[in-house]
Design a binder for this molecule. Structure first.
Ligand code: FAD
Ligand code: SF4
Length: 488
């Protein structure tokens, strides 16, 4: 039965918590430290580096939250999680309730608690910054509550509306697709997800490595969707195996395109086509999705002792840390700006350094050279300096004339960005697309130029983040539902 006085009761226990400790006392508690596997152990395996905080640590960290009357952390979260409420639930020891609060607005809290760039989002807005104190560890607490629920086996299925018989198709199975599918299934729609690969999960499975996001966590969320009726069809490429017209003929009344941005970019410099130069997309997919490197799997992957990874984002960091785990003695990250401009999560930068990755910032490759067999053996790199900020707001890298160095390498992994694969956008006649092959949508509704097609995630934004993709999926679901309910 619905508790109509829940707001009142929440206000009461929160007031009691506020009275139990002064703000000054709360401010004195140091930020929790995440327990981690030791670097010398973890570079020899794929085990998750962050071990999670204990219940005692979580409750203490939750006490640091001042339960601000106008909490800015919430405005920093793209899906507007009720952050003070889930944290205060942890403080009073009600972990299941904390997880339930997270699930009200986020379909994948155990994933986001691990991979969201919290320092740029919710935690960047925490009031502690104004008092020269470290922000509340919102991400660690989110992960704690979601893991608690999963490990205690107490996950309950969400309430699902009566089936309305309306069929919806989803293209792709990454975070945008998963959050869209969950919301639509809850509203009573018959949802089928079509995925080109043999695994469900998109970048969460084939991109982000086990040592950062174990597949079991993603599978748990997928199983939750299956339990509420979402169907998954793998090895089906929309635009090839099935066309937009086929989906119509099959009776689908709405289509959500969430096919991501899986097309790697290269720098178009001499030597990029030598053996031993490849994209991170290929490198990580071979290892994460196709088992390369595992003794009992057949998938080959080139390995090297002197590996250079080009780029400064999360993908570059995942690749260089993977290279260490694949046996590289020297793993160098080459980035054309300084560390301050790196888009990767701060924690990944810290972990990479602990694992012995060399950071060669303010350098940019200009040419690769190979041996007589055509395998890369040398990288020529240009020294850079920083100039004025460019369109991205970051200081632009400028080459220092004549300052070129040569470094021996036997594997180069290029991680300088991704673009959407044009297959889906170009296969649908009349669909408005940008010159970057992203699908153009109304930003409020996520509806495309074709009325029954909605889109979200990286296919709309270019390479972005998990939480933004999820936010798009939720917005698309709400708006598609609004449109369909008025038609039926
Ligand atoms: P995706 O996750 O890319 O999923 C798209 C899916 O669509 C794929 O499974 C693809 O196979 C499928 N597909 C494509 N074309 C078709 C077709 N024609 N028919 C059927 N299926 C199709 N973000 C963070 O927030 N934090 C991080 O730490 C982080 N680390 C990252 C590390 C790596 C290595 C990479 C590559 C990205 C990382 N990102 C991170 C970015 C984040 O993962 C993406 O922004 C997010 O996954 C985008 O979600 P999506 O649902 O739009 O697409
Ligand atoms: Fe708590 Fe920080 Fe959010 Fe304030 S801004 S409610 S202290 S997490």
């Amino acid at each position: 039965m619905k508790d109509n006085n829940i707001e009142g009761r929440n206000a009461e226990w929160r007031e009691n918590l506020r009275r139990s400790m002064t703000a000054k006392e709360r401010m004195k508690i140091p930020r929790v430290k995440m327990p981690e596997l030791k670097p010398e152990y973890r570079i020899k395996c794929n085990d998750e580096v962050n071990m999670g905080i204990t219940a005692e640590m979580a409750v203490l960290e939750a006490k640091r939250c001042l339960d601000c009357p106008n909490p800015q952390c919430v405005t920093g979260c793209p899906v507007s999680i009720n952050i003070p409420q889930f944290i205060k639930n942890i403080e009073r020891g009600n972990f299941a309730e904390a997880a339930a609060t997270l699930k009200e607005t986020s379909a994948l809290p155990a994933v986001c608690g691990r991979v969201c760039p919290q320092e740029k989002q919710c935690e960047s807005k925490c009031i502690h910054h104004k008092m020269n104190s470290e922000p509340v560890a919102i991400g660690y607490l989110e992960r704690f509550a979601a893991d608690y629920e999963r490990n205690s086996g107490s996950s309950s299925l969400p309430v699902v509306a009566d089936a309305n018989g309306i069929k919806i198709a989803v293209v792709g199975s990454g975070p945008a697709a998963l959050s869209f599918s969950g919301d639509m299934a809850k509203l009573g729609y018959e949802v089928t997800v079509y995925e080109a690969l043999h695994e469900i999960g998109g970048v969460l499975k084939y991109g982000i490595p086990e040592f950062r996001l174990p597949n079991t966590i993603v599978d748990h969320e997928i199983n939750g969707l299956k339990a509420i009726g979402v169907k998954f069809e793998t090895d089906i490429i929309i635009g090839k195996t099935l066309t937009y017209d086929d989906l119509h003929n099959m009776g689908y009344k709405g289509i959500f395109v969430a096919s991501g941005a899986g097309l790697p970019r290269f720098m178009n410099i001499p030597g990029e086509n030598l053996n031993g130069v490849m994209s991170s997309n290929e490198y990580l997919t071979r290892i994460n999705l196709m088992g390369a490197g595992k003794p009992d799997w057949d998938t080959p992957v080139l390995t090297g002792k002197n590996v250079a990874v080009i780029g400064g984002g999360n993908t570059a960091m995942d690749s260089v840390r993977t290279a260490r785990r694949m046996g590289a003695d020297r793993a160098i990250l080459v980035y054309r700006r300084s560390e301050e401009e790196m888009p990767a999560r701060i924690e990944e930068i810290k972990h990479a350094k602990e694992e012995g990755v060399e950071f060669l910032t303010l350098h940019n490759p200009v040419e690769y050279k190979g041996d007589e067999t055509g395998r890369v053996n040398l990288m020529r790199i240009q020294k850079m300096r920083l100039g004025e900020p460019d369109a991205s707001g970051r200081r632009s890298p400028i080459p220092i004339e004549g300052a070129i160095e040569e470094i021996p390498v036997d594997l180069v992994i290029v991680s300088v960005g991704v673009s959407p694969n044009p297959l889906v956008p170009k296969s649908i006649e009349g669909l408005e697309i940008s010159n970057r092959n992203t699908i153009m949508v109304d930003n409020n509704t996520m509806r495309s130029s074709i009325g029954d097609i909605y889109a979200g995630g990286d296919i709309v934004r270019g390479g972005a983040t998990v939480i933004l993709a999820m936010g798009d999926g939720r917005r698309a679901a709400a708006n598609m539902h609004e449109a369909l309910k008025n038609m039926h």
